[in-house]
Design a protein around this ligand. Structure first.
Ligand code: GLU
Length: 375
């Protein structure tokens, strides 16, 4: 065996599908100043992974920051319309940059702009999934960003860390790599160094994350940990690492750091349950009694009318709701068969009048087990 063949044989297998998220701070040097050398290096690395057979989807921030640069703004505007205008100006510059970065490698990029509704509504979610599959099959590099220009508060992801975790779940990526100016999660309790591996995201791990203070950044470590939680539940391993490290992707995939790796859940949730659990904004809450909690939690059964004690919020039949026990802790989420205004009658079903009106109601499924997921 020649030494090159030996080298290839000993190299770790390239991952099959990966989502790489790049923060504004990685792509720029100052406000609106593109770091062309770094972008060229990232494109070269992605191209070489692509050549080894890894499918790559990029989630790129930077639209607002580049727009700010074009307008000469030094502070991120507070007004939504101004931020949306910045994004509209910056997004085209962002795509030109990516296309220019990949062109020397013979790769074509594809712009995909999403709002939260595009992934919340099941038919649109499936449509996006199919389009991404096709873009990969055409050999292009999808470059995804939030469609900031049309994203009002209620249809916003809020930050690209969350968006990247949703995309990783959607395309069933093996790894999600979140590259930013943060080198990883710092162990605030013990060593004060970067934690190399997080086996489970506990409240203690969450407490180690702080917010962001950067002018163009959005989420900080908190949103990265939230993203890691979402992606790992779907069986995707998550790396948080510095985007300024050379050859960072290959080093991470070879298990040679530097950064923090979040171990994927051994029993990943199935795709539809992930969509139910993490892609929704529940319209209300259904409260259930003490007896019903273990029936749902431990036995995976449907929520029957007999377990329901009340509800809050406005929801229609078919909407996604949170489910809480008597102590108010949300432990499940699911699709309600009934609208909020029908819940009081269901909760009071023991009363003679209601029982007479709806004799079979006790056994009715308020949330069917196929549409129910534990959080
Ligand atoms: N979508 C925003 C942008 O392109 C970035 C949001 C984020 O970085 O989390 O500027």
């Amino acid at each position: 065996m020649s030494s090159v063949t030996k080298l290839i044989a000993s190299a770790p297998p390239a991952p099959q599908r990966v989502v790489v998220k790049l923060g504004t701070g990685v792509l720029t040097t100052g406000i609106g100043q593109l770091d062309t050398a770094r972008i060229a290096a990232v494109c070269a690395e992605i191209a070489s992974l692509r050549a080894r057979g890894t499918e790559i989807i990029v989630v790129s921030s930077g639209a607002v920051g580049l727009g700010m640069g074009s307008l000469g703004l030094l502070k991120k505007p507070k007004q939504i319309a101004k931020k949306q205008a910045c994004a509209a100006i910056g997004q085209s510059r962002l795509m030109q940059t990516w296309q220019a970065g990949f062109a020397p490698h013979g790769l074509t990029v594809a712009q995909v702009l999403l709002t939260h509704d595009d992934l919340r509504v099941r038919s649109r979610y499936l449509g996006v999934k199919e389009t991404l599959r096709q873009l990969i099959a055409y050999g292009t590099i999808p470059i995804i960003n939030e469609n900031d220009t049309v994203s009002a508060a209620e249809i916003k992801f809020g930050d690209n860390d969350t968006l990247s975790a949703m995309v990783a779940s959607l395309v069933e990526a093996q790894h999600l790599v979140i590259l930013s100016t943060a080198p990883g999660l710092i162990d605030m309790k013990g060593t004060k160094q970067i934690l190399p591996v997080v086996a489970r995201i506990t409240p203690e791990i969450e407490a180690m994350a702080g917010g962001t203070t950067d002018e163009t950044a959005t989420g900080g470590m908190i949103s990265k940990i939230t993203a890691a939680k979402l992606a790992t539940k779907g069986g995707c391993g998550v790396f948080i690492a510095s985007g300024s490290e050379p050859d960072i992707l290959s080093r991470l995939f070879a298990g040679r750091g530097p950064g923090t790796f979040f171990v994927p859940s051994g029993l990943p949730m199935e795709s539809k349950k992930r969509w139910l659990a993490y892609f929704q904004r529940p319209a209300g809450t259904i409260t259930i009694n003490e007896r019903a909690v273990p029936i749902l939690r431990d036995h995976g059964r449907s929520l029957l009318a007999v377990g329901v004690t009340g509800s809050s919020g406005e929801f229609a039949a078919g909407d996604i709701v949170n489910i809480t026990g008597p102590d108010g802790t949300v432990f499940a989420r699911g699709k309600s068969t009934f609208a909020a205004e029908e819940i009081p009658a269901i909760a009071e079903q023991q009363s003679a009048a209601v029982a007479a009106l709806y004799p079979a109601r006790k056994r009715l499924e308020v949330v069917h087990r196929n549409d129910l997921v534990l959080l």
